[in-house]
Design a protein around this ligand. Sequence first.
Ligand SMILES: Cc1cc2nc3c(=O)[nH]c(=O)nc-3n(C[C@H](O)[C@H](O)[C@H](O)COP(=O)(O)O)c2cc1C
Length: 206
Amino acid sequence: MKTLLVKYTPREERSTSKKLLDAFRNEIKNSEIEVLDLCINVPDMFNVENMSAYIHRNYLKEEISNGQTKSLTKMDAMTRQIKSADIVVMAFPMHNFSMPAPVKAWFDSVMLKGQTWDTSDGKYFGLMNGKKALILVSSGGFYTKEPMMNWEHALSLTKIEFQFMGFSDIRGILNEGMNAGDQAQAENLGKSIAEVKKIAIEWYGN
Ligand SMILES: Cc1cc2nc3c(=O)[nH]c(=O)nc-3n(C[C@H](O)[C@H](O)[C@H](O)COP(=O)(O)O)c2cc1C
């Protein structure tokens, strides 16, 4: 069994999303662990060259040149990595109501047609059945009650990405209110850490 930890926590030791990931990691048992740090290994974004290579190779099923193949090297490596994992755990902060750009670029890198999802008879289907995902997102404000509920596009979008790829068990924790003062931060972080541990114990045992 393999667990892939995908993190984007640029505040490092001060990061509350990193604290959640560390709490999960401490509970992992009987699994190989691989870490992808998106602050260090920054995903490529689509540009004119690699977009054309991707479409010709993955959609039109054409032979592409060595240069075109090379332009997709990093995306292909990240895709192989997610495909090799049984459990994927992600940790990152909310930035401007959504996932930070490197996290989105990672999804754009691994959501490759024919690899993690495909189509048949005009219908879309995921290829990652049987896998589990846990998403850990910290936010400064609160989004589980009105009037902010429809401003939350970090956890909700991330869940949809995993759903589209066909993941079978998708969990998410919105560790909210991290900028709402020391007391609210401590209380909410404590609750989120307890939830994280519960999920880890459910998945890996005591
Ligand atoms: C560039 C930037 C954008 C942010 N945007 C939001 C936001 O849209 N909504 C929000 O509630 N908090 C926002 N925050 C606050 C962070 O989400 C919050 O501080 C969170 O705890 C950071 O995660 P970390 O503790 O793992 O570093 C933003 C912070 C930064 C630095």
